[in-house]
Design a protein around this ligand. Structure first.
Ligand code: GDP
Ligand code: K
Ligand code: MG
Length: 272
């Protein structure tokens, strides 16, 4: 059976479970992830039983420091879902996009569903979804889970993404000197990791993420070469490598927000 696995991922309270319930109807099963008391929910799409939907725990980052982050990270990296459906709270877009930049690096195709469109309309702040999609390089749809709006569009877009571009994955782009370091780490990794996860491991090794080091069986020469690349970047930026990447993510998001945010009130002022 050729089942698709869709991972619903996002910050706590972004609306994942609301979307999950709309997609699966009454077919969900609830349990705990093996070994941890984090709730595990999965169910089949009510319009196509070949599609399995996984409601992942709410997280702000794939760091991994909390049990929720570890569960989500392990599922995304080892489970390799067919696609990641990133549910973001549109009233808190900037903060939510921090996770998005990391999800895009896991190697699974990502689509972004901007939820709470009903609240955004009420607040008079709108997001240009086309520009957000362009800036991110991934499909974006606007939804309101509470009003049951945009859910079919979400599934249509996800299906289209899987069927048309299964190998195409876009990554957030960072400072040229950081990109050069990530390219060099990728070269050192070579065939140690599969191509779709090279970007993920390059960023994680750049951050000196201990879990990534544990997962990979690197030679002492590889470790030495990576450490040299990271040390040079730290010297250039006068900062620790994990802080460099945090800053780069925020800069990427700041540019993105400038591109896609439309404040209808200031727009109105300019027009009059
Ligand atoms: P989760 O933590 O990501 O699973 O989020 P939930 O699905 O539990 O939703 C968190 C809260 O946001 C709940 O009170 C929902 O009723 C509410 N919510 C979810 N989607 C929407 C939406 O589109 N609009 C509004 N106004 N509220 C929503
Ligand atoms: K919740
Ligand atoms: Mg939930």
């Amino acid at each position: 059976m050729n089942q698709w696995q869709l991972a619903l991922t996002g910050n706590p309270n972004s609306g994942k479970t609301s979307v999950f319930n709309l997609l699966t109807g009454a077919t969900q099963s609830v349990g705990n992830w093996p070994g941890v008391t984090v709730e595990r929910k999965s169910g089949t799409y009510r319009k196509n039983k070949q599609i399995l939907i996984q409601d992942l725990p709410g997280i702000y980052s794939l760091a991994p420091y909390t049990p929720e982050e570890i569960v989500a990270r392990d599922y995304l990296l080892q489970g390799r879902p067919t696609a990641i459906v990133n549910i973001v709270d549109g009233t808190n877009l900037e903060r939510n996009l921090y996770l998005t930049t990391q999800l895009m690096e896991t190697g699974s195709p990502v689509m972004v569903a901007v939820n709470m469109m009903d609240l955004m309309k009420k607040n008079g702040r709108t997001i240009n979804l086309e520009k957000l999609a362009y800036g991110l390089g991934v499909p974006v749809v606007g939804i309101s889970a509470i009003k049951k709006q945009g859910i079919d569009e979400l599934m249509k877009t996800t299906t289209h993404m899987i069927e048309n571009n299964p190998e195409t994955v876009h990554y957030p782009s960072y400072d040229a000197r950081v990109e050069a370091a990530l390219d060099e780490i990728s070269d050192v990794l070579g065939n140690t990791v599969c191509p779709s996860q090279t970007r993920w491991y390059a960023t994680k090794l750049f951050e000196r993420d201990t879990r990534a080091y544990e997962e990979l069986d690197l030679s002492s020469l590889q470790r030495k070469e990576i450490e040299e690349i990271v040390a040079i970047a730290e010297k250039i930026f006068q900062d620790s490598s994990d802080a460099i990447l945090v800053n780069e993510r925020y800069e990427f998001i700041t540019k993105l927000m400038a591109l896609c945010t439309v404040d209808e009130k200031s727009h109105f002022l300019k027009m009059s």
